[in-house]
Design a protein around this ligand. Structure first.
Ligand code: BGC
Length: 761
């Protein structure tokens, strides 16, 4: 009987879903949603706005959970972070067979840098500067997630960040708005493809809107306060790029903007997002973002929930404020039914676009989940992409690549911690299957080299700090012997080796959410270990794991080779082996500046000049903008990264030194591989607007190209400049260009550039 009524209702819905001759897809959707909404009660409408976490549901128990009752009552619009195609099918069945209107649920998840096949953390991924590879990683993530029941991901995270103290810098694409925007578009394309209703595409959710990466003091969830000129010229660009790329949903951020939390900020969610940018998807709060506004101090539960809806927020993650308080706010005239309808409509539209009304089990195909997840092919691509994300920071006397011969000591708390390599936000990862570095090196070296391992140190000397930094475990077990004993054990192994690979840095949980740090160094006890290893006089290669820029002055001065590997995902160990042994030539470049010390933070290449800049080449000048104790320069600038080969740059050739408002000009440079190894170079193109109606940054990235070159080979790399590419938001927030002189800079990183000049008429 139950099944019969489901079928009848489903076919009624489907009937409303089938296109009328000549009807556009949007018109079809409107007709379908109008028809459905006419049948909905107020409670069913607010039910669609509700997104609980699926915490307590396990397979076989879906019927008895508290969430199950709510689903059957039509009080749930979607669920998130529930894994497994069978479980999702069971829960979806409750919605489409046991609720009155049979409206399917959305199933969301934090699929951030891969699903079971994990790619590098987003900050690492961005250092590949390879938009195709980044898109491909998102495509694979979508393929795997959609094969396992997921149709919606809380990604990409496009928060621009210039503060390495903030743990969530790991989740974004670094400090540059242009590169951040290009990556945001690539991710949205990768997840959503051209057609969201296909079985293997999922809806993106751009987060965290907005400006979350500028939390004061780098402390998570902290206040943001920023001029509108900076906002629009810098921080807003990646969100806007993702909206332009057609992202289906947006997540409001935890922070306040202009004194109003983003979750209830009408200017942000309606004036900017919908009216200025034309966004027509739906907006979801972040986890308990609605109820947190009570602590922000802008009202009680009912007030903040009404304010969120009024601001333009459509879906409530976890708080249940929209579900439980809107009917009363409606009676009191604080909100209107039209506002509830608008939010409900947007959620239903998302479900429609995903094809859930035509087939609610579209993403629950067991054959796909058995054959399309964590495949050999996906893992091979993850290995390749991981190697592309690594950044070679230093390589004296060709310490790298290593030869596959002799004896290699692999030492450090992160040397044998495969679980830890997935990095932050890898909720669906097959953690137990991730190979640790020692094993990976052994496999790749085969019987050609002997590889020994010692732990050498704990993660941190302070046991309490280590506990906080490994709360989720992830393969790091504390050794309670005295520090000296652990180091001495490692030194014995080091003495017997030809070369030492020191696997040090942060645990995966030292970056990511709620993982801010005030002293961004390699932790103390690991530094002691590193110093002892260097003192042996053997060549030391520092394989660095980190989710943020670290201050590495001592390491830079004393360790011959440093390879920054971030957290490379499922295949990290093999990718590191590929690079260490020279099977892959590293080509990644930093998308975030590495400071000399924490006090320089926030530090970024695209800063303003000030009225008292240092003179070129000067370190300190009295009454100039600088510090007494350290130069203004970062240790490693934005765009920096080495290769096993070398590249030279010719002079910039401009097609003209003047640009007409309707014209374009080109800037070209010849890049040559001057070394003996095939390699890839990321050629970077910057512009400085020399005089403006408001002050302009000293450099802005406007283009880049990753070119592969054989030894001795040269290529001409050309960048186009149009007036459009010179536009910025002026004091009145008008987006326009201004005539005048511009410097063009092309080079291997943001510091080492050739310069030319042109004028815009
Ligand atoms: C994070 C989001 C995430 C959400 C759901 C929040 O704590 O800020 O980035 O998508 O949880 O897991």
């Amino acid at each position: 009987m139950k099944h019969l009524s489901f079928l009848i209702c489903f076919f009624i819905l489907l009937g409303a879903c089938s296109p009328k001759k000549g009807e556009s897809r949007d018109a079809e959707m409107d007709r379908f949603v109008n028809n459905l909404m006419k049948q909905m009660t107020l409670d069913e409408k607010t039910g669609q706005l509700n997104l609980p976490a699926a915490g307590d549901i396990t397979t076989g128990q879906t019927e008895s959970s508290d969430i199950a009752s709510k689903i059957k009552e039509g009080k749930v619009g979607g669920l998130f972070n529930i894994k497994g195609v069978e479980k999702i099918r069971e829960v979806q069945r409750l919605a489409v067979e046991e609720s009155r209107l049979k409206i399917p649920l959305l199933f969301g998840m934090d699929v951030i840098h891969g699903y079971e096949t994990v790619f590098p953390i987003p900050l690492g991924l961005s250092c590949s500067w390879d938009l195709q590879a980044i898109e491909q990683s998102a495509r694979i993530a979508a393929t795997e997630a959609s094969a396992d029941g997921i149709c919606w991901t809380f990604s990409p995270m496009v928060d621009l960040c210039r503060d390495a103290r903030w743990g969530r810098i790991a989740e974004g694409s670094g400090e540059d708005p242009f590169l951040g925007g290009e990556i945001a578009k690539a991710m949205v394309r990768g997840y959503q493809g051209d057609d969201l209703s296909l079985q293997n595409t999922i809806m993106a959710c751009v987060k965290h809107f907005a400006l979350y990466g500028a939390s004061e003091s780098g402390r998570d969830y902290n206040t943001v306060d920023m001029s509108h000129v900076r906002m629009f010229n810098e921080y807003m660009l990646p969100y806007q790029a993702a909206v332009d790329a057609g992202a289906g949903s947006i997540m409001a951020s935890f922070n306040e903007i202009d004194g109003v939390p983003a979750t209830a900020n009408k200017w942000l969610l309606t004036d900017v997002l919908r009216n200025r940018w034309g966004f027509n998807g739906f907006v979801v709060s972040d986890y308990t973002g609605i109820s947190e506004m009570i602590a922000h101090g802008i009202g009680d539960f009912k007030t903040v929930s009404a304010r969120a809806l009024d601001a333009g927020l459509d879906m409530d993650m976890v708080s249940e404020g929209l579900l439980t308080t809107l009917p009363e706010s409606l009676k009191e005239g604080k909100i209107t039914e039209d506002q509830i309808d608008a939010a409900c409509r947007r959620i239903l539209e998302a479900k429609y676009k995903l094809g859930l009304f035509s087939d609610p089990y579209r993403y629950c195909d067991k054959t796909r989940s058995e054959s399309e997840i964590y495949t050999t092919e996906h893992r091979a691509i993850a290995r390749h992409i991981a190697a592309e994300s690594f950044v070679l920071l230093k390589n004296d006397k060709q310490t790298l690549p290593l030869k596959k011969q002799g004896t290699i000591a692999v030492i450090g708390p992160l040397a044998d911690a495969g679980l830890n390599m997935a990095g932050t936000w890898s909720v669906a990862a097959k953690l137990d299957e991730i190979t640790g570095l020692v094993e990976g090196l052994k496999e790749v070296a085969g019987d050609k080299a002997r590889i020994f391992y010692a732990k050498g140190s704990n993660l941190t000397a302070d046991a309490e700090l280590e506990k906080n930094a490994t709360a989720l475990g992830r393969g790091l077990i504390r050794d309670n012997r005295p520090e000296r004993v652990i180091i001495d054990e490692a030194l014995q192994i080091a003495q017997r080796s030809d070369v030492i690979v020191a696997a040090l840095g942060e645990s995966s949980e030292m970056s990511g959410e709620s993982s801010s740090r005030t002293d961004i160094k390699i932790p103390d006890t690991q530094q002691n270990l590193l110093k002892a290893l260097v003192q042996t006089g053997k060549p030391v290669v520092l394989v660095l794991f980190t989710g943020r820029p670290l201050a590495l002055v001592w390491e830079h001065e004393n360790v011959p080779a440093i390879l920054n590997t971030w957290f490379g995902g499922s295949e990290t160990a093999y990718a590191i082996a590929d690079v260490l042994f020279g099977d892959t030539n590293p080509s990644g470049k930093l998308t975030t500046s590495f400071p000399q010390n924490t006090g320089q933070v926030p530090i970024f290449y695209n800063h303003k000049n000030t009225g008292r800049p240092l003179e070129e080449g000067k370190w300190f000048q009295k009454f100039r903008s600088n510090y007494l104790d350290v130069s203004n320069e970062p240790l490693y600038p934005f765009g920096y990264g080495m290769s096993y080969t070398t590249f030279s740059y010719g002079d910039i050739q401009l097609s003209s030194t003047t640009l007409d408002p309707s014209g374009e000009l080109t800037a070209s440079v010849v890049v040559t591989n001057t070394g003996t190894t095939t390699g890839k170079e990321i050629v970077q193109f910057y512009i400085r607007d020399l005089v403006g109606s408001i002050t302009r940054p000293v450099k802005e990235l406007k283009g880049f190209e990753k070119v592969g070159l054989e030894p001795g080979e040269s290529k001409t790399v050309t960048f186009k400049i149009t007036p459009e590419s010179l536009k910025f938001y002026n004091y009145d927030l008008k987006y326009d260009y201004e005539p005048g002189d511009f410097a063009v800079m092309i080079g291997a990183n943001s510091r080492d550039v050739q310069t030319a000049q042109f004028s815009l008429k």
